[in-house]
Design a protein around this ligand. Sequence first.
Ligand SMILES: Cc1cc2nc3c(=O)[nH]c(=O)nc-3n(C[C@H](O)[C@H](O)[C@H](O)COP(=O)(O)OP(=O)(O)OC[C@H]3O[C@@H](n4cnc5c(N)ncnc54)[C@H](O)[C@@H]3O)c2cc1C
Length: 666
Amino acid sequence: MKICIIGASGGIGRELAGILAADHEVVPVFRSRLDRDGTVRKVGAGFDDDAALGAAIAGADVTIHAALDTKAKGKDFIPANAALTDRVLSKLDPATCKLFVYFSSQVVYSAIDATRHPAYAESDDIVVETRIDAYTRLKIDEEKRVRAACDARGIPWLIVRPSVVTGPGMNWSTGMVDAMRKIPVGLGGRTINLIHVTDLSLHLKSLIEQGISGEVFNLADKDVKSSDFFAAAAQAAGRKALILPGAITATAGRLMPSTMWFFAHDIEMRSDKLKGVSQHKASRALAAHFIALRADRMGAKIEDILDNARAGRRYQATGHGYSQWFQDAPASDTLSLARYEGIVRHEGQSVTVLAGTRLSALISFLDQQGLALATLPEFVGVSAGACFFTEVHGSSSTHATLYDLVETIRYVDESGEEHESRRDVALWDRLRQRADGITLTEITFRCVPQHYLANVIQWRDETELDAIIAGGYAENAATTLHWFPGHKTFLIYNINPVERPTPDDQAPFLPMRGLPYSLQRLVLKLRMPRGRRVVGKSHEVLGTWRSVPARPLVGAILKRMRPRFRNMELCIPIAMAPAFIARLREEMARGAIAFPKEQGIGIRFSTHAASARTFMWVETSSADEAQLHALADLARSVCGDAFRLHKGKYVPRGIGPEQLFIPRAG
Ligand SMILES: Cc1cc2nc3c(=O)[nH]c(=O)nc-3n(C[C@H](O)[C@H](O)[C@H](O)COP(=O)(O)OP(=O)(O)OC[C@H]3O[C@@H](n4cnc5c(N)ncnc54)[C@H](O)[C@@H]3O)c2cc1C
């Protein structure tokens, strides 16, 4: 069937259009052909354009009128909406129109004196016995006009009276949850009939497909106590509702417009007629009428963490939230462990910290004990807990990532139980694949004696790059590159152990690998005028970057930037690294992948000595997602599924959890 929906951008119209389109041709008619942001819709007519409205209705077997002109206010409201309905009716062609569906509302029943007649069925006579508002008046009048006009012209009609419509974006769902977040107060002692917009659409589809006409249907589904309704909305907002007693509801209800007369009286909306005819069977729990708001909580004490897990809501634990600089915020609640920090204990070469402890605090503590972590990321502002779930890494010839230093963890599962687990590769691989529901609370790292490292920083010609990727990286304890393809050169950090610093050595400083080429050259020239090697304690050389200056500001800018600035890091098995770099060169040469001339690509090498596996990490940034997607596609075409992506950076859609960590088991 060809079905014209007038009011296709409203909450009901949109859902209806989607559901009908599965089996029918839908012709949408919007209020205006302009979207809210002013862009022109590609399809559909505007109902303010009379000719387009006529054309849309003329070709349709079924016309559904679900539009309401809410822009017309006060005394204009009824005339404006009546005029629209008249225009629609005048354009129906009895020769082609097999059905006209008019969206009325349950509010027509508010005209009947509820003290005398509190249960409403479609057979009731709608006699105005009470004070009614303009919306109620409009719907009562329109029902009569639609029936009269259609009957006079031999056009089959169907009138539907939805009860309280819930679902995404609807006032009684999304709006109510939002209101409950601000003021969690609800009205008790009444009954509300709910229908979810999806069920409503499926019921109407069934009525249309059965060719039912000349009937009125309450599109009603579930009678619920008003106290349960408000409690469920508040729960979705993460609040507990204060429910006012029925006596207060009655008083408040009498002050409300007739549209909400069901707060003034305890009424019943009959739905047996619909349920007897419709092929759709709705079975939706009350909670499913609401979409829970995301809540961001802070887990500063173990009690907070346990309570959060036991609340039974889906959530994702986070550390310091740096990954959200590059990714969209999680859809579920979050529990930040940023303030769950501190050293728990230190025994021999093992140190246990709370999960939110920054690596910077941990390495300072270890230094006082004459200890160090064997590998570090360049940025040590990240949390210890993140090192379990993301492959936090630097360059290293012994450890793939910091995860390899983890001996024991404590974690809280979704039932609120806290567990301790010594390294168990199979279990840990499974835990790491989980996106939510697990909170790591404590983590124990194996340490090494503190030692000195020297970093010899050099500029090299691009022609030497292949030899380093083909195995030259292994000549150092840690090799890091920053490749500037636009300048046919790269920077190399050759990092190796030394006994101690000599007077000729340069103390560690922030070389800020990752700067644009010219600035990078300048910084290194100024900081290392005589090209001396940089020598310092291991953490000073490896984890040079302790914090981000003006972090809240930088974070806010990065998160809000449109288009969003993304940093992405690929992990390529070393055997495939030469082929990947060769293909990347080809793609850059033909312009399929293009970065600004001044921009560099970070390359690090890390080896999991226990399994003799080496990985090349390729890191780059762009505000153009397409460039990063092209890089990920390139990795897939060279490596199949063997490549990985850094979970703490930008992860394109469609990448599964198994692609975000390096399995240690098997
Ligand atoms: C400026 C900067 C420089 C960086 N440099 C490097 C680098 O040199 N090397 C490198 O490897 N990475 C680097 N990164 C990426 C960084 O390591 C990740 O973004 C890291 O995850 C951030 O740590 P976080 O504490 O903010 O974790 P979050 O971003 O808060 O969390 C990261 C992930 O771990 C999970 N998670 C964190 N804590 C817990 C917990 N307690 N329980 C359960 N799940 C948890 C989260 O759900 C999330 O999936 C850098 C990031 C920035 C912003």
